[in-house]
Structures are given as C-alpha cells and as structure tokens.
Design a protein around this ligand. Structure first.
Ligand code: NAI
Length: 310
C-alpha cells in the first residue's frame, strides 16, 4: 500500500474548506489509489466549527482518509505536509483599503511561510487560493526563501475552468471536449481569458474555438467580461462567494501538477515568472503550463497572437 500523503488545508472551517476536504478525502485531488491524511488549520474563533468538520470527516468513513488533524497551531498544521492549500486569509471587507488587507495578509502569510519552510516536507507543493491570490503567493515566496520558487503557485484554474464552461455552453458540447484556453495574468478582474488557441473535439476532429463560435464580437466582448466577472455574479446570486467550484478547481490544479497534464493539453496556473512572454521575472503570474513528473513548465513559443493583444 502507498504511504499516505499529508494535505494541509488552511481556513478549513470556511466555505471552500468545507467543500474541499471531502474532495481530498475521496481521492479527487490525488487519485483513487492514494491514501491521505488531512491537516486542517483555522483560527481560534473558528476552532469549534473546525472540530465539527473533523467530526463529519470521521462520520463520512472515507476509505482513503487515514487521519485528520484539526488545529489552530500553525506549526502543528504544517508539520510534514506534502501539499499545502492556503485558503485562509483576511478577505477585503467593505470600506477597507487594499493596503489594509495587504498588511493583514503579510503578517498571516509571513507566519505560515516560515512554518512551512521549517516544518513541511522538503518537496512540499503550495497552492495559494486566498485572495489576493497572486499577491499572497508572492508574500509567501518572499518569506519562505528556502522553498523552491517552483513549488509556490496560486489558483487561476477556476478562471480557466469558467472559460471552458462558457465555451461548452455556447457551442453546446461537453466541457471535456473543450481545451487549451489560457488565463493570462492575475486571478482578478484584470486577467485576460484567451481562446485564440482553444479547440473543441468534434466528430470531425479538433476544431478551433474561433471557427466554431464564429462570433468575434462575443468572444472579444461578453465572453471575456463574463469570465472576469463570474465571481461577482456568483456572490450576487448566492450571497456568498464561489466555493464548490473553487474547491474543485484547486483539486484540478494539484492533480494535474502531481499526476501530469494529458498529452496535448495545457492548463492555467499562477506560477513565478522566469521572464517568459516578457513578464517580469519573479512575479507570480498565470501562464499556460504543462505538467510532468510533478513539475510544471510554461508552454513556450506558440502564442504570437498574445503579443498582438499586449
Ligand atoms: P471563508 O471566510 O468562508 O473562510 C475563510 C476561513 O479562513 C475562515 O474559516 C477563517 O476563520 C479562516 N482564516 C482566517 N484567517 C486565518 C489564518 N490566519 N489562518 C488560518 N485560517 C484563517 O472564505 P471562503 O469563501 O472559504 O474563501 C477563502 C478565500 O478564497 C478568500 O480569500 C476568497 O477570496 C478566496 N477565493 C479565491 C478564489 C480563486 O480562484 N483564487 C475563488 C474563490 C475564493
């Protein structure tokens, strides 16, 4: 039998936490043959709720779940973890300035970065979900200099999946037949969802999305704003921010990173820039990537169109 993988979820008593922990325990993140031990971190005011989540995880009797740790101690939470999904953080509230949120998150991410640096498994892969995700990932990278830069990423897969969903609805095909959209930039409304290289698998082979949709006005207009503003649309409808889709996309992100992307398919990940596409080195930026052997690499040289957009 395989050794269990230890998966940390911070902010585990929150909405996304509640959606993601059963996914991890069912093998959605690491595969149906991979046992897992969940480490759940939250803060003192949520300690009771966190205990309740642990009780439910036990009650669900997941065969792959070999242990559950629920704690408010950052060091205990980070010890020995192989995967860290950072969902906890301080959200921007009404009336707060961006810089106020930033300084709160700097202190949170500083403490979590040094705990990960000192106590996580040496090859720990980190995914930052908490907003502002790119910035929080950058803070984490700055305060955990001994964690390889390649191991610190942020979530833009939700935006990527939203783009796939919009195309599949529009062309009326299965979402699994659409691939190779790209989210460039941030997980925020300034991201650029790019369909210029996206394709749809049809009965007569792979066809470019631009050819099948054949409506540049929609592709260059409503499609982009719908993806960019989807988070706000969900808050309006649900009075809560997206949670199940964020959790599911976070599982997709880690699964593809660890187990690899299918041949001929790339996905979007927020990763540190090596200067590709003229993006300043060291920034955390969303690129098209392929993954193999537990490593991501930025897809190179296929996107002359993107230069035209810039
Ligand atoms: P939530 O408010 O329901 O849960 C957040 C949890 O984090 C709470 O239980 C809170 O107690 C905990 N927390 C706060 N500070 C903490 C700390 N220092 N250490 C550990 N836990 C801490 O929020 P929700 O809906 O689960 O969203 C979580 C984050 O994910 C938010 O920042 C949200 O903006 C972000 N998000 C990112 C998306 C993406 O695509 N990158 C998509 C959707 C949400």
């Amino acid at each position: 039998a395989r050794d269990p993988v230890r998966v940390l979820v911070t902010g585990a008593a929150g909405q996304i936490g509640y959606a993601i922990v059963p996914m991890v325990a069912r093998g959605v993140m690491l595969g149906p043959d991979q046992p897992v031990i969940l480490h759940m971190l939250d803060i003192e005011p949520a300690a009771e709720a966190l205990k309740g989540v642990k009780m439910e995880l036990i009650d669900a009797a997941f065969p792959l779940l070999k242990g559950v740790l629920a704690t408010t101690d950052v060091v205990e939470a980070c010890t020995g973890v192989n995967i860290a999904v950072m969902v906890g953080g301080f959200p921007r509230k009404e009336g707060m300035e961006r810089k106020d949120v930033m300084s709160k998150n700097v202190s949170i991410y500083k403490a979590q970065a040094s705990a990960l640096e000192k106590h996580a498994a040496a090859d720990c892969k980190v995914l930052v979900v908490a907003n502002p995700a790119n910035t929080n990932a950058l803070i984490l990278k700055e305060f955990a200099p001994s964690i390889p830069e390649k191991n610190i990423t942020c979530l833009t897969r939700l935006d990527h999946n939203r783009a796939l969903g919009q195309i599949s609805e529009r062309v009326n095909v299965q979402v699994s037949d659409v691939k190779n959209v790209i989210i460039w930039g941030n997980h925020s409304s300034t991201q650029y969802p790019d369909v210029n290289h996206a394709t749809v698998n049809t009965s007569s082979g792979e066809k470019p999305v631009r050819e099948l949709v054949a409506d540049d006005k929609w592709l260059n207009g409503d499609f982009i704003t719908t993806v960019q503003q989807r988070g706000a649309a969900i808050i309006k409808a649900r009075k809560l921010s997206s949670a199940l889709s964020a959790a599911s996309s976070a599982c997709d992100h880690i699964r593809d990173w660890v187990l690899g992307t299918p041949k001929g398919t790339w996905v979007s990940m927020g990763v540190y820039s090596d200067g590709s596409y003229g993006i300043q080195s060291g920034l955390i930026y969303s690129f098209p990537v392929t993954c193999e052997g537990g490593k991501w690499s930025i897809v190179q040289g296929e996107f002359s169109l993107f230069r035209e957009i810039l």
